[in-house]
Design a protein. Structure first.
Length: 126
């Protein structure tokens, strides 16, 4: 974990809660709604995983643990897509969702490599 962070437990808890929320929202029965904005679901996928990746990359300072955390997000994304295809009757497994998730992870990791958002929040609130 990043030794510069003071609220490690809080940030780790929020990261885990975010993943659990993502799993729940991804596997609960879907609602068929006509999208007003084309591909809005892909934007939501990418944004959600970018946020999770920012947390992971900011929490884990060393390259090894950071890579493991980011690879875990890729694996989690794939497992969720498989779950949607095989464990639900109202959801579908989509490669485009997995791709959007992976692009979000890459974008979040890239951003967090330049700015440790969690550290900035802690400094701002101190």
């Amino acid at each position: 974990m990043n030794p510069a962070l003071r609220w490690k437990t809080l940030w780790l808890g929020l990261w885990i809660a975010g993943m659990l929320l993502g799993v729940y929202l991804s596997l609960r029965p879907g609602v068929d709604k006509e999208q007003i904005i084309p591909h809005l679901d892909k934007i939501i996928h990418a944004t959600s995983y970018a946020i999770l990746a920012v947390f992971a990359a900011c929490l884990f300072e060393r390259k090894g643990p950071r890579r493991i955390a980011l690879l875990w997000l890729v694996l989690l994304s794939g497992l969720i897509e498989l779950g949607q295809g095989y464990l639900t009757t109202t959801r579908t497994m989509e490669f485009a969702d997995l791709l959007a998730n992976c692009l979000g992870i890459i974008a979040g990791a890239w951003f967090a490599a330049r700015v440790n958002v969690l550290l900035l929040i802690e400094r701002r609130l101190a």
